[in-house]
Write a protein that binds this ligand. Structure first.
Ligand SMILES: Cc1cc2nc3c(=O)[nH]c(=O)nc-3n(C[C@H](O)[C@H](O)[C@H](O)COP(=O)(O)OP(=O)(O)OC[C@H]3O[C@@H](n4cnc5c(N)ncnc54)[C@H](O)[C@@H]3O)c2cc1C
Ligand SMILES: *[C@@H]1O[C@H](CO)[C@@H](O)[C@H](O)[C@H]1NC(C)=O
Ligand SMILES: *[C@@H]1O[C@H](CO)[C@@H](O)[C@H](O)[C@H]1NC(C)=O
Ligand SMILES: *[C@@H]1O[C@H](CO)[C@@H](O)[C@H](O)[C@H]1NC(C)=O
Ligand SMILES: *[C@@H]1O[C@H](CO)[C@@H](O)[C@H](O)[C@H]1NC(C)=O
Ligand SMILES: *[C@@H]1O[C@H](CO)[C@@H](O)[C@H](O)[C@H]1NC(C)=O
Length: 499
């Protein structure tokens, strides 16, 4: 078929940057690992074991798999997490000699969930899923993948508002916020979590909900790995199984019609909040396309009018649009975004505005000529809408993301380059950074810039926490001193976006 896997890959929307970053090697990681082994003899592994190589090779970003930790702790129970945290807290009490990383699905930024030369805590063994069908609440181990969630919930006719790519982890996505296909209906993934089980820096396990540790409950809804290790989430589900979903590809020359359709879709004052879509412009060697990824939280026999606006914008080259279950859709996305490539990505947010949609596309399009010489490249610019009903649901969801609740839609922009050769890091990063900053500068000039940067898509060094706004930052700092007085997760967990 004309459609290659790499072309399909452009449909995907989340990604990582990270080039040229160096992580400080701890002074005495071998001692840290030996000390951990004394308490946890069966679950600490070194590079001479398959547990270690399996874990390292399952990271999404190539750079990660090439930066081994000294050892990996493959926890299988909450008690394992408690012991690991207690040992690491003791080892790090005086000086920061045992930096460590917390890893769930391993789809985060380079360095976010892997501590080169240090200790990785691999949570993937905590992947149990149980469902209270009466309450329609799923209890999910933080190390599960969203594909496993879909597989289990499909059999019950339920959908969790979570990741669209089956390989992405429950832990990282839900702590970042989490954009799902049903986001206009229910807000971010985090907005739907009713309870967390958390191992604090002390090693104690606590239940976190609206009525128990309510300050931490809010802080976790966007607060990333800054407060403790989340071992389980309880999340509200929707009674759905088959839905509309899939991706349609168009020739790049149709971009003007597509941009109009996206504007129409997102600005719609009577937005049908069962509908969601994102739009990408993508280059792979041999083809440059527009693609629209569409979803509808329901299974009417014909495609709802709300989505037809996008679907009918131009004649398609190819489409996977259909009625199907969530296992099929999350698998389609995972296949389209294979692990093992180098990744560069940055995200921004702006108010919905025709000029910025067009100008940002044109800035990206103009950079293609310079970037095409890089072999094995995929290079995309994506719009994910944050329409009014999504913002309204988020405002009620109790998260700490700091997005406005008002009726004006926002649009999240994501630039992404994937490639294979480290020799291209500098060349590509310089171009992508320049294109991205030209786009942000244009948004500023048009008066449509927004400070929010989605943690799930942000590149290393982007001001994610700052984007939540001053009062949320102050709140997060207060909660951090309360639950982690020694600041273990600030000092000894360098990966991710810190307070
Ligand atoms: C191919 C692809 C598709 C994506 N699709 C979507 C999407 O549809 N919607 C969306 O919102 N985002 C999406 N994302 C972005 C995604 O939400 C982030 O990459 C997220 O960080 C991945 O979570 P993870 O558990 O797989 O990653 P990890 O790398 O394991 O973790 C990411 C961060 O979270 C921390 N963390 C993870 N688990 C825990 C825990 N239990 N306790 C404390 N800290 C923890 C880690 O320390 C790390 O800093 C996608 C990303 C990719 C690469
Ligand atoms: C693997 O390496 C560790 C640390 O060097 C060592 O203690 C252990 O005996 C080795 N295991 C095997 C199976 O070689
Ligand atoms: C989900 O759909 C696929 C086909 O797309 C099918 O093979 C699978 O059995 C379905 N799962 C459930 C639980 O119905
Ligand atoms: C993209 O850029 C090329 C080269 O500058 C130009 O010929 C083409 O018309 C542009 N495409 C669109 C859809 O604007
Ligand atoms: C969107 O498109 C529909 C159908 O073509 C049209 O009726 C509507 O007026 C458009 N809305 C906007 C905001 O352009
Ligand atoms: C990179 O591209 C070359 C040339 O098309 C191809 O032979 C090779 O398999 C590609 N490598 C990867 C890792 O995709």
């Amino acid at each position: 078929m004309f459609l290659t896997r790499r072309l399909v890959a452009l449909a995907l929307a989340g990604f990582e940057l990270l080039v040229g970053s160096t992580l400080a090697a701890p002074a005495k990681a071998p001692d840290c690992c030996e000390t951990l082994r004394k308490s946890l003899p069966d679950i600490v592994s070194w590079s001479n074991t398959s547990a270690f190589t399996d874990s390292l090779s399952a990271y999404w970003v190539q750079q990660e798999s090439l930066a081994p930790p000294e050892c990996i702790v493959s926890v299988q129970s909450v008690a394992h997490v408690q012991t690991t945290v207690r040992v690491l807290a003791r080892l790090n009490a005086k000086s920061n000699t045992c930096p460590f990383a917390i890893r769930a699905g391993g789809h985060g930024n380079y360095g976010a969930s892997n501590q080169a030369s240090g200790v990785d805590i691999d949570l993937r063994g905590l992947n149990r899923i149980t469902v209270d069908q009466g309450l329609a609440v799923a209890s999910i181990g933080a190390g599960a993948s969203w594909g496993k969630v879909a597989l289990e919930l499909d059999t019950l006719g339920l959908v969790a508002p979570g990741g669209r790519d089956g390989d992405v982890g429950v832990g990282g996505l839900s702590l970042a916020g989490g954009i799902s296909y049903v986001a206009p209906l229910v807000g971010f993934t985090a907005d739907n979590i009713v309870k967390y089980q958390v191992v604090k820096a002390s090693g104690d396990v606590i239940t976190v909900s609206a009525t128990s540790n309510a300050d931490l409950f809010k802080a976790l809804k966007g607060g990333l790995n800054n407060f403790g290790i989340v071992t389980r989430i309880d999340i509200k589900t929707l009674p759905l199984s088959r839905t509309w979903g899939g991706t349609t590809y168009y020739d790049i020359s149709t971009a003007p019609q597509q941009l109009n359709a996206f504007y129409n879709f997102t600005s719609d004052p009577s937005y049908d909040d069962k509908a969601y879509a994102y739009q990408s412009f993508g280059y792979t060697p041999g083809s440059t396309v527009v693609l629209n990824n569409l979803a509808y939280a329901g299974a009417p026999a014909t495609l709802p009018a709300k989505l037809s606006v996008l679907n009918a914008a131009a004649p398609a080259l190819f489409s996977t649009l259909r009625l199907d279950n969530q296992t099929a859709f999350t698998t389609e996305q995972a296949v389209a975004s294979p692990k093992g490539l180098r990744q560069i990505h940055y995200t921004t947010t702006f108010q919905l505005n025709k000029e910025i949609l067009t100008a940002s596309f044109e800035i990206w399009n103009a950079s293609l000529a310079r970037i095409k010489s890089v072999p094995n490249l995929t290079y995309s610019w994506t719009f994910e809408p944050l329409p009014a009903p999504l913002l309204a649901a988020s405002a009620k969801g109790g998260n700490v993301l700091g997005l406005p609740s008002g009726g004006k839609p926002l649009v999240l922009g994501l630039i992404r380059a994937s490639y294979v050769d480290a020799a291209d890091d500098t060349y590509l990063n310089d171009i992508v950074k320049q294109v991205f900053s030209d786009i942000e500068a244009r948004a500023e000039k048009l008066g449509v810039a927004n400070q929010w940067k989605y943690a799930g898509y942000a590149g290393k060094g982007q001001p994610v926490i700052e984007g939540y706004g001053k009062s949320n930052v102050a709140f997060l700092e207060k909660v951090s001193s309360k639950y982690d007085p020694e600041q273990l997760f600030q000092r000894s967990v360098p990966g991710g976006f810190k307070l």
